[in-house]
Write a protein that binds this ligand. Sequence first.
Ligand SMILES: Nc1ncnc2c1ncn2[C@@H]1O[C@H](COP(=O)(O)OP(=O)(O)O)[C@@H](O)[C@H]1O
Ligand SMILES: [Mg+2]
Length: 281
Amino acid sequence: MRIIRGVVEMQKCCLALKRRKISIGFVPTMGALHEGHLSLIRSAKKENDSTCVSIFVNPAQFGPAEDFKRYPRPILNDCAVCKKEKVDFLFFPAREQMYAKGFRSHVEVEELSDMLCGARRGGHFRGVATVVAKLFNIVQPDRAYFGQKDFQQTVILRRMTADLNFPVTIRVLPTVREKHGLAMSSRNAYLSEQEREDALFLSASLREAAAMIKAGERHSGAITRRMRQILCSRKLMNVEYLAIVNPVTLAPVKRIAGGEAIVLAARAGKTRLIDNMLIAI
Ligand SMILES: Nc1ncnc2c1ncn2[C@@H]1O[C@H](COP(=O)(O)OP(=O)(O)O)[C@@H](O)[C@H]1O
Ligand SMILES: [Mg+2]
């Protein structure tokens, strides 16, 4: 595995691969790798001739009151994990490499970035879209891998890729969960024992929704009401949003017909958790 810290070096390296017709699978991450990331890395390995993983805790996607400083950065362990997975390139740029002095350009995916998570985290998706656009230009992947856990992110990045004609196939892979259903996330490390227990109610509420739909329920309001009841039964749980939305426009849907997404965000204590489910009918 080659560890690359320079933007120009990474770009040159990927250009050389492209000239030799070696396909590149790319997994952008913020590190603190867990099984969710590994599932993306393994798919990238399977579907491409070479694999590049990036680790960059992107300051542009954190709000001023968010956890940029305390975000976990176990870089030595992450390196070992990538080596073990036989990743070919680990791109680990310093902040100044990605945002040089005088940096002024951003990618704005309109409307989609202001809804749901975006309504609570101003500028978050602008930061995400900008860094992913930069990474696409640096790595020039054939395929890029994202987790369904960050559903809105996948919607926005698909939109950006289509709108700006990036020659990249976006692959979205299912959410990897812990034994009792909690969606894996680097931020789960912040949870106290009690919060971790409460956090299980996110996935539990989604399972209840699936059961209601299986039993024939088609009215979004009835489903979200029941889910809210489940979530609010936990004292420490604070629901930020809970909605059933169109999977491309993120517009709320009143009656479901299959293919919509149930999306939710809640706080367990101070930690913000998200989860979602695509409706299969
Ligand atoms: N539980 C999971 N299952 C599948 N993919 C995941 C999971 N958690 C994160 N990912 C994906 O890994 C990529 C990097 O996310 P990152 O922010 O580094 O991890 P996390 O969201 O756990 O903090 C994103 O595409 C994200 O959707
Ligand atoms: Mg994340």
